[in-house]
Every structure is written in structure tokens, then in C-alpha cells.
Design a protein around this ligand. Structure first.
Ligand code: PLP
Length: 444
């Protein structure tokens, strides 16, 4: 806190914040010039690397031309061009873009659009959203309500809109005690059971992260899961919302993670990688059939936000996505991701307590277990992931951790999601620092 009294009100109390000074490539530097290897791209945000001057120039150029005009009256050129670019990369039919300033806002807007879609079509009783446990859709009330993050939910309980939750697909800790290939993908059919229990005529939407983010630690479903989810949603007239705030714009080696499967959602939420962190921006991308119901109904999306389609943020998004395309960074992410995953698997074999390495592209996670053979988790009180993250920071590397994938809140994992421009030598250093950090905390 300064002598005049201003201070930052977030994080652990009292916040002793390291102050970042600059960034370049996969490194951040503090005010003393100490480098930190950014192994998580901030928070799965940075794709093109830190400090790319041409993005800053595109933003400055836009700010000089027009920095702000109300979205109630005006569209702007970068907003229109970025909407067109997004529509060219999303799965077929997902062409209509509503810009927000964050992933949480995108989740809120998706919730409202799902409701509006059903009301416009004459089914006003449809209002329930079904989410999954071990999920995260943002920090605002609607988003926390749809999410399945036990800690956030317990803190805000009385304020949360009613939502139902189904199990997360997590084969290494199957909630039904089943295993592939004989499990009949029960984690997907659980959705049909939940819709039946909720009264199918009242269910509006199902929301899921195609590949989990921090909360589940890059958890992927078994083969056939999303195809089954899609057909269940179709059968019951329920919208399928894919939360690609983490996975969108290349992080899993495809433009959108859902493109790894044969299932097209009704809405996609995105944010982080859209601007690679150069400016705050999110979006809900809506399928033609949802947009049509609104167009042929009231013809009015009434929810407005002051900074929707902000010209400077959209100019950043446009410049970043053109940079990604020019350098072929989504393909690079897939290739480097395969290499890094292989090296992490090798590291895991030589390191005590590593029970699993999972994920795709550059959204990877390393799970730690007290007894890797039985997958028995460390108790939450041991704060294993927090200690590994802190140890890595001491050694000059930024990591993120999560917990709760075993018997919640037990089970620890750390995420690895560096910028797509990470070199092979930097990937090797990342693995080395991670191994040192794990060993320093958990022993040989
Ligand atoms: N959805 C997912 C999957 C996320 O991981 C996050 C943030 O981490 C959000 C939504 C919320 O995004 P934001 O923090 O930009 O509001």
C-alpha cells in the first residue's frame, strides 16, 4: 500500500506483489531484471509470446484513429473484421459473434442468450443450465453457478442461480469406478439422466470445457463422449455450450478443442488466446440456428455492455490472429506440444510421485499422487501443488496448480501451457525446472 493509502484488493492478504516490468518471448522480467520462464502463458493466455511490437503498434494505431465509440450506436472496422475472421475458424454454422471484455462475461452472455433462444421459440419454461463438476466458467455469479468448482461455489452459495451438475469425464479417477473400453461412456449418459431428473421441458443448456483447464488439469473425455453429448442435447432440445476460454485459438493444436471430435456446439465461449493477452477481449460465438431464432423472433439482443467490441481490443485480436496465421503457430503448438508431452512423460518416469501426464497441444498437466501405483492422492492439507508452484517460482519459473481431481478436494496437479513460440531448448529447461521443483518438495 502506498503512503497515500491505495492498494490492490485481490489475492492473498496482505498482497506482496512482485511487479512485472517487461516481457519478451516466453520470459517475463521483474523490476530488478530477473527473468521468469512463463510456463503457463500468464494463465493459459499468451500464445504468440510477450513483447511483440507489431501488436502494440496495431493497438496504438487504432487508439489514434478511434479508441472508443458506443456499441449502442456504432460498429467499428476491427470489430467487423475480427468477427469475420473468428467465423472463418469456428466449426461450420458458428458465425455470429458477440464481443465481451472477458471469459466470465462471455459465460454470462451465453447463459442469457440460451434463455432468449428458448423464449423466442415459445418454450419459456426452459431455464435450467447443466454444468459439470471440476469445471470453471468464470468468477461472476452466473459463471460460478454454472461451474463446478467446489471452493468458489461454497463461498457464494446463497447468491448462485440454480444449476445442476453432472460428473466430469476423468478416466484416471472415473467417478463410477469404470474403465475403458467397457464403461459405455457412462460419464456422457449421466447427462441424459440429469436432464430426465430436472424435467426435460425445463432444461435450456449444457455447458462444458472440451478439454479441462486449471480446475480439472487438462482432463480429456474418453472417445465418443462429445458425439454422445451432442446427440443427447439434440434429443432433448438442449443447447450445447462449449467453453473454449482456455482452449480456443489454437492451444490444443486445433483452432478450437471441440474440433478434435465430431460434435458441433450451439455456442462457443472464447477469450484468453483471442488477443494473447495484449488486450482484454472475450466473445460468444453463436450458431446460425440460435441467431435465426432471435432474428425471426424479437430481432433484438437486448443485453448491452459498454465495452463490447472495443476498437483497441479488437485491433489487438485481429493483429494477434493474423500473426498466428502468418507464422503457422497453431500447427507449431501441436508439434511442440507433442514434443513437450513426450519429455514430460520421460521426466515423470524418473520422478517420484508423478502419476500422470495428460493434455493436448500446449495445454498439459502433470498429476502428483502419494502412491502413483494406486493413484492415491496426497491429502489437501499437504498443499502439494501450492508448494511446487512456489518452489518453481523461486527457481525462476511460473506455473499454475489445481486440486480436487481425485476425491475432492484431494488430488494435485500442475499445468503447463507456455506460449506457442517456446523453443526446444526452452521446453527442455521447463522440464528440468519442473523436475527440480517436484523433487525439492516431494523428495527423491
Ligand atoms: N472459462 C474458463 C474455462 C476459464 O478458465 C476462465 C478463466 O480462467 C473463464 C471462463 C473466465 O475467464 P475470465 O477470467 O477472463 O473472466
Amino acid at each position: 500500500m502506498s503512503s497515500r493509502g491505495g492498494g490492490l484488493l485481490y489475492g492473498d492478504w496482505p498482497g506482496a506483489w512482485p511487479v512485472v516490468d517487461r516481457g519478451a518471448g516466453v520470459y517475463l522480467y521483474d523490476r530488478d531484471g530477473r527473468p521468469f520462464l512463463d510456463a503457463v502463458g500468464g494463465a493459459h493466455v499468451v500464445t504468440i509470446g510477450h513483447g511483440v511490437a507489431e501488436i502494440a503498434e496495431a493497438m496504438a494505431g487504432q487508439a489514434r484513429r478511434i479508441a472508443y465509440a458506443s456499441s449502442r450506436t456504432w460498429a467499428n472496422e476491427p470489430q467487423l473484421e475480427l468477427a469475420e475472421l473468428i467465423g472463418s475458424r469456428t466449426p461450420p454454422g458458428l458465425d455470429w459473434v458477440y464481443f465481451t471484455s472477458s471469459g466470465s462475461e462471455a459465460a454470462e452472455i451465453a447463459m442469457q442468450l440460451a434463455r432468449q433462444y428458448h423464449v423466442e421459440r415459445g418454450e419459456p419454461e426452459r431455464h435450467k443450465i447443466i454444468g459439470r463438476w471440476h469445471s470453471y466458467h468464470g468468477g461472476t455469479l452466473g459463471a460460478v453457478g454454472m461451474g463446478g468448482h467446489a471452493v468458489h461455489r461454497s463461498r457464494l452459495g446463497p447468491y448462485l442461480p440454480p444449476a445442476r451438475h453432472v460428473v466430469s469425464p476423468q478416466c484416471s479417477h472415473c467417478p463410477f469406478g469404470l474403465s475403458r473400453p467397457t464403461c459405455s461412456v457412462k460419464c456422457a449418459t449421466d447427462l441424459a439422466d440429469a436432464i430426465e431428473r430436472a424435467d426435460p421441458a425445463t432444461v435450456a443448456a449444457f455447458i462444458a470445457e472440451p478439454i479441462g483447464g486449471t480446475t480439472s488439469g487438462a482432463m480429456e473425455p474418453p472417445a465418443g463422449y462429445y458425439e454422445l453429448v451432442r446427440s443427447i442435447c439434440d434429443e432433448y432440445g438442449v443447447l450445447f455450450i462449449a467453453d473454449e476460454v482456455v482452449t480456443g485459438f489454437g492451444r490444443t493444436g486445433r483452432d478450437f478443442a471441440i474440433q478434435h471430435w465430431n460434435a458441433i456446439p450451439d455456442m462457443i465461449l472464447c477469450s484468453k488466446g483471442l488477443t494473447s493477452g495484449y488486450a482484454p477481449l472475450g466473445a460468444v460465438v453463436v450458431h446460425e440456428r440460435v441467431a435465426e431464432a432471435i432474428r425471426d423472433g424479437t430481432g433484438n439482443v437486448s443485453v448491452r455492455m459498454t465495452f463490447s467490441g472495443h476498437p483497441v481490443s479488437c485491433a489487438a485480436g485481429l493483429a494477434v490472429q493474423r500473426y498466428v496465421a502468418t507464422l503457422g503457430l497453431v500447427d507449431r503448438c501441436a508439434t511442440v506440444g507433442d514434443l513437450l508431452k513426450e519429455r514430460l512423460i520421460e521426466m515423470g518416469k524418473e520422478t517420484a510421485h508423478v502419476s500422470e501426464v495428460r493434455g493436448r497441444g500446449l495445454l498439459l498437466a502433470v498429476e502428483l499422487a502419494a502412491e502413483p501405483d494406486t493413484n492415491a492422492a496426497f491429502p489437501r492439507g499437504a498443499r502439494v501443488q501450492e508448494r511446487i508452484v512456489a518452489e518453481a517460482l523461486r527457481r525462476g519459473m511460473l506455473l499454475m496448480g489445481g486440486n480436487g481431481t481425485a476425491a475432492s478436494p484431494d488430488g494435485d496437479h500442475v499445468l503447463i501451457s507456455p506460449p506457442f513460440v517456446i523453443t526446444e531448448a526452452e521446453a527442455d529447461l521447463l522440464v528440468e525446472l519442473l523436475q527440480q521443483s517436484i523433487t525439492a518438495v516431494l523428495g527423491e
